[in-house]
Structures are given as structure tokens and as C-alpha cells.
Write a protein that binds this ligand. Structure first.
Ligand code: NAD
Ligand code: UGA
Length: 455
């Protein structure tokens, strides 16, 4: 099949590459010409395991093209995926300007039937706005062409995006029960047929339920995380270890092990904005979601928990103090720094007068750019932040090591070398990746999140 993907970010690029890998011809459109040039020159705009190889192979075999020509993109395929960003606007609601611009572009250029598929995460009711934008463009040029707007939310995780896309738990398709909707559904069923070989993963529903499903999934996962973070903070006070508690409850299949890790609060480009957007939708509809309001408050507070441990050790003035930071990306496997907890923690340390030496296997450049923005009012503080090539370099002479991303390469450090490198033997672990007894045996004072039963 021919497929057009509008927006070549984390979702669009992965979707395009994976659909090409399955034998489809894919046209990836983006308004960011620098990104298109980079991709056409064989470069990669993002770090995502396995993606580069798939792109190289499919470009080479002629199934995947990158372009910023909207007319060619619309002409290329009957199926037009919209996978542009939906960042929060100033009120926290999803900003639909990019989605609607993509819709208008389709409406301006289409000459025959189109199945327009919202893959971006969009509030309930957006498909109707997308349809209205297309209709307006068609009316402006006196055209009457059949189209349908379907919802096909994406559930992939960064750092495992290719794997998630290729082995989806479910494929949600929201379509209208109209002839055009049925036509769109037939095209989407054909496109996703290879994913349903072992068992049927497609869930067909009405458009509004599909749009809602995406927010419900992210809100449920964010709720689990905030719930565990609250319990972890209590565990710190009552002398229990949240890691043991996690295992104790996760073994109940009704609860399950996934997304029960306490930490420095959820970050990334999705949970924070999607929970906020769902809360906005709820209050606009006169039905505030009390649990989700609390989930957000807990997450905001959780970003400070490690800092509070720093303050408890060293006080609030940190001039003359030096900290090692391991991990900058919001999670392992990605270079994405959007809403990464490392940003607010490093910013607070620098503003308090400390120096920071930081390491991340892939996100150092992105982190430097993000922190330059965060500290734009005090750029001189950036002189106290250095990025080092090896994790142990960061620890040299530091007053404490702070672990913020659970990269595999941090999981089994040489504890003796770490102990010797640090000026004082303190490890603050925002991801609970170390064994309490091993740390104690190495002479390191270890403070995790909700694990202070040996402290
Ligand atoms: P992103 O910011 O990485 O990429 C968006 C891309 O769209 C950018 O390259 C931008 O230049 C391009 N764009 C904007 N307007 C355009 C237009 N009119 N025409 C063509 N291109 C345009 O965003 P992302 O992380 O890929 O997220 C996209 C959507 O998918 C969001 O709604 C997000 O919530 C959702 N989502 C993201 C993830 C994730 O893990 N990142 C997972 C599931 C769903
Ligand atoms: C999340 C969802 O997992 C995807 O299903 C969804 O498609 C995506 O959002 C989206 O809508 O964009 P992602 O943000 O890439 O994916 O990464 P996650 O693995 O979900 O992690 C999000 C944040 O939660 C990270 O900061 C992570 O460290 C944190 N987290 C995750 C925890 O603190 N504890 C956990 O147990 C799991």
C-alpha cells in the first residue's frame, strides 16, 4: 500500500519506517526542512534503538522517502496519517494548531478520496475539527470530494519504539459508521493485517472512544507511578523498602509488575502533557477528575524529593559543592530531554551555587541545549556544568553521585572505584537501581527513593 505520514518526529518517523519495513511505500512529510535534509543525507534526528538500520534499508530499497512537499504528500496515498505534535498550550490544553494545519493542507491538495487518520494524541472531538478544516478547504476551491477522518492513537514508548510498533498489544481504530468511514476502516485493516497474524489485535470503535482510550491509557499509567511515588515517600518514613513492596504487590496478577517503579517523577513529552490535557477536558465538561489532579500534584512534588535529600545533607546553599549526575534523558534508550527530571534537578543545583559534572550515553548535546534554555536568565551558571565522556569522570571529587536515568551501563559500576573517586561517599539514586547491601559493603551511603530502611 501507499501511505503518507505527516510529521516526522518520534511517532511519525517510527511509524513510517516500520510500515515501509513491512513492504509498504511510505512518504514522510515534515515542515522542518532541516530535518528532511538530514534524513535525506542519511542522518538521524533522534536516537531510537534499531530505527537507523530500518530507515537506511528502506530508503535504499526505495520504499521510504522524506520530503517537505505537501502537494506530493497528499497525492501519494489514500491513507494520510497525521502524526504532528500536540504540545500543551498556555492553559495546559492540547494545542491543535499543527494537527489542523496538516488537515488544511490535505484539504487544499486532495483530488480524490482520502482516509485521514489522527495518530497524534488529540482530545475527544478533534476528528470533527479535522473534518471541518478539510471541508472548509474543499469549499474554498469549490470541490466536493469524499473523505473520512479516523482515529488511530499510538501507544509506543520511546526507547522501545520500534519494538512496540512492530509488536503492538492492540491497534485501536476509531471510525464513523458511514460509507466513507467503512472505506477508511477497510484500508486500515489491510494496512495493519500483518500485525494480526497470531491473533486479532485490532479494536474497532467509534472515533470519540478511540480518542478517549489514548488519554485513559496514559492517565492510568501516570496514576500508577504517582501512587507508587507517594507510597515510596511513606516507606522512607516508616522504614520499609519500596522495592520489596513493589515486588510483593506486583506478583498479584491483578496488579502486575509494570509501571510500579518509584522514582523522580514521570517526565517525557507525553504523560505530563496528556494528564494535564485530560484534566482540562474534564473541567471544561464540568466533571473535574480529582484523582488525576492529585496525580499531577504528586508528580510535581516528586521532582523535589531528591533535592530535599541533597538539602538535608548539605543545606540549601551549595557553593563549593560538586555533584556528579548519571543520566540526563527522561528515560533510558532515548535522547529526549522533554520534561526530563534531570533538568529541574540540575537547574536547582546550579542556582544554589553548586558545580555539576554530568554523563549520559546519548543525551549530552540535547541536555546542553535544554539547560541553556532553562538557565537563559543566568547563562553564567552554565560555566559550572560540564559533560564528561565516562561516568566515573563525573564522580571525581564529587560530594555525591546522583543517578537520574536507569541506563543499563550504570547498573553494575565498579563500586570500589566509585568510592575512591567520590570526595564523600554518598549515592542518591533516583531510580532505585542498586542493591542496598552491596552499597553498604562498598562503604557508600546510599539513599534511594523509599528505601531508607538501612539508613
Ligand atoms: P515530535 O515533536 O517529535 O514531532 C512532530 C513533528 O511534526 C515535527 O518534526 C514537526 O516539524 C512536524 N510538524 C509540525 N507541523 C507539521 C505540519 N503541518 N506538516 C508536517 N509536519 C509538521 O512529536 P512526537 O513525539 O512524534 O509526537 C507526535 C504526536 O504523537 C503527539 O500528539 C504525541 O502526544 C503523540 N505520541 C507521542 C509518543 C512519543 O513517545 N513521543 C507516543 C505516542 C503518541
Ligand atoms: C508513554 C507510554 O508508556 C506510551 O504507551 C505512550 O504511547 C507514550 O507515553 C505517549 O503517549 O507518548 P514514554 O513517555 O515514551 O511512553 O515513556 P514511559 O516508559 O512511559 O515513561 C514515562 C515516564 O514515566 C518516564 O519519565 C519514566 O521514567 C517514568 N516511569 C515509568 C516511572 O517513573 N516509573 C515507572 O514504573 C515507569
Amino acid at each position: 500500500m501507499n501511505v503518507t505520514i505527516i510529521g516526522t518526529g518520534y511517532v511519525g518517523l517510527v511509524t513510517g519506517a516500520c510500515l515501509a519495513e513491512l513492504g509498504n511505500n511510505v512518504f514522510c512529510l515534515d515542515v522542518d526542512q532541516a530535518k528532511i535534509h538530514l534524513l535525506n543525507a542519511g542522518g538521524m534526528p533522534i536516537h531510537e534503538p534499531g530505527l537507523e538500520e530500518i530507515i537506511a534499508r528502506n530508503v535504499e530499497e526505495g520504499r521510504l522517502v522524506f520530503s517537505s512537499d505537501p502537494a506530493a504528500a497528499t497525492a501519494f496515498a489514500d491513507v494520510q496519517f497525521i502524526a504532528v505534535g500536540t504540545p500543551p498550550d498556555e492553559d495546559g490544553a492540547a494545542d491543535l494548531q499543527y494537527v489542523l494545519a496538516a488537515a488544511r493542507s490535505i484539504g487544499r491538495h486532495m483530488q480524490g478520496f482520502k482516509a485521514v487518520v489522527d495518530k497524534s494524541t488529540v482530545p475527544v472531538g478533534t476528528a470533527e475539527k479535522v473534518a471541518a478544516a478539510i471541508r472548509e478547504e474543499l469549499a474554498a476551491r469549490g470541490a466536493d470530494i469524499e473523505f473520512a477522518v479516523a482515529s488511530n492513537p499510538e501507544f509506543l514508548k520511546e526507547g522501545a519504539a520500534v519494538e512496540d510498533f512492530m509488536r503492538p498489544d492492540r491497534i485501536v481504530l476509531g471510525v464513523d459508521e458511514t460509507p466513507a468511514g467503512e472505506r477508511a476502516l477497510a484500508l486500515l485493516r489491510e494496512l495493519y493485517r500483518p500485525f494480526n497474524r497470531n491473533h486479532e489485535r485490532t479494536r474497532v470503535m467509534d472515533v470519540r472512544s478511540a480518542e478517549f482510550t489514548k488519554y485513559a491509557a496514559n492517565a492510568m499509567l501516570a496514576t500508577r507511578i504517582s501512587f507508587m511515588n507517594e507510597l515510596a515517600n511513606l516507606a522512607d518514613r516508616v522504614g520499609a523498602d519500596i522495592e520489596l513492596v513493589r515486588q510483593g504487590i506486583g506478583s498479584d496478577p491483578r496488579i502486575g509488575y509494570s509501571f510500579l517503579y518509584a522514582g523522580t517523577g514521570y517526565g517525557g513529552s507525553c504523560f505530563p502533557k496528556d494528564v494535564d490535557a485530560l484534566c482540562r477536558t474534564a473541567s471544561e465538561n464540568g466533571h473535574g477528575l480529582q484523582i488525576l489532579d492529585a496525580v499531577q500534584r504528586v508528580n510535581q512534588a516528586q521532582k523535589k524529593v531528591l533535592l530535599e535529600k541533597v538539602w538535608a545533607q548539605f543545606g540549601r546553599r551549595l557553593a563549593g559543592r560538586s555533584f556528579a549526575v548519571w543520566g540526563l534523558a527522561f528515560k533510558p534508550g532515548t535522547d529526549d530531554m522533554r520534561e526530563a527530571p534531570s533538568r529541574s534537578i540540575i537547574e536547582a543545583l546550579l542556582r544554589a551555587g553548586a558545580t555539576v559534572r554530568a554523563h549520559d550515553p546519548v543525551a549530552q548535546e540535547q541536555a546542553a541545549r535544554a539547560l541553556a534554555g532553562d538557565l537563559a536568565d543566568h547563562p553564567e551558571l552554565l560555566r559550572n556544568l560540564t559533560f564528561v565522556p565516562k561516568p566515573l569522570d563525573a564522580a571525581q571529587g564529587a560530594d555525591a553521585l546522583i543517578v537520574l536515568t536507569e541506563w543499563k551501563s550504570y547498573k553494575s559500576p565498579n563500586l570500589r572505584a566509585l568510592r575512591e573517586a567520590l570526595r564523600s561517599p554518598l549515592v542518591l539514586d533516583g531510580r532505585n537501581i542498586y542493591d542496598l547491601h552491596a552499597m553498604a559493603a562498598a562503604g557508600l551511603t546510599y539513599l534511594g527513593i523509599g528505601r531508607n530502611n538501612l539508613a
